[in-house]
Design a protein around this ligand. Structure first.
Ligand code: HEC
Length: 120
């Protein structure tokens, strides 16, 4: 009798845990999956000119940390603004990057810049 009760209780607890897990998984905000892939956006829209974090048009205006710091662009927010609206000789890419694209690509650029463009 006692062991039957234990089995039922255990089954109930497992059921409740499983249900909780399903609810959590369904509702958990997953920004990494929901937002665009920054690395992919970079390859598609930026690497043409900024291959390996460089700049094939204006040699000094690279995406290396030092260059970004010199231009006052050493933050993901500043890079996102440049990606969307452009700067100097570079046009903006807001429409091709799409919703959340400038932020996603900027996060990637910032992470690569801080790490010294290891993907290069
Ligand atoms: C057609 C070539 C081209 C493409 C594509 C391009 N850029 Fe640029 N980018 C430039 C040029 C040229 C500059 C220098 C602009 C200036 O200061 O006159 C620049 C400058 C920058 C800077 C400032 C760097 C510095 O050291 O001053 C950032 C940040 C940047 N680009 C990010 C991006 C991102 C992110 C993308 C993709 C969404 C991108 N660029 C796509 C040509 C390009």
């Amino acid at each position: 009798m006692a062991s039957h009760f234990c089995r039922v209780l255990r089954a109930r607890i497992l059921q409740a845990l499983a249900l909780l897990l399903v609810v959590l998984l369904a509702w958990w905000p997953l920004p990494a999956q929901a937002s665009p892939d920054g690395a992919l956006l970079f390859d598609n829209h930026c690497a043409g000119c900024h291959i390996h974090g460089g700049n094939i048009i204006r040699r000094g205006k690279t995406l290396q940390l030092g260059a970004l710091e010199r231009q006052g662009l050493a933050s993901p927010e500043a890079i996102a603004r440049v990606a969307a609206a452009g700067i100097g000789q570079m046009g903006g890419y807001a429409s091709s990057l799409g919703d959340g694209g400038p932020e996603a690509v900027a996060a990637y650029v910032w992470q690569q810049a801080q790490a010294g463009w290891p993907r290069a």
